[in-house]
Design a protein. Sequence first.
Length: 94
Amino acid sequence: MSDIESKASFEEHDCRRLSEDKENFAVEEDMLLEHILENINSTPIGQVLKKIATLPEIRQEKVFEVRTRLTKGQYDLNRRLDVVLDKVLEDLIA
């Protein structure tokens, strides 16, 4: 067997092995993701994500009104943020 044939055979073997490794990795990754999804609701982050998913849609008219008041200096942002953060934390903990 010549050096060229030997090198080609070696490269073909490496390509086959690399392809098998990729397939094995993909299967293992799929199994891991499936396990995570099956158990997500029992984790703290899963519970937070579940609560976030149930939050109402954004009310664009309310956002526009607040932006307008902010630009005119008619909105006490610090006090409002404290109230909102307290409500969000209560909802997430409850």
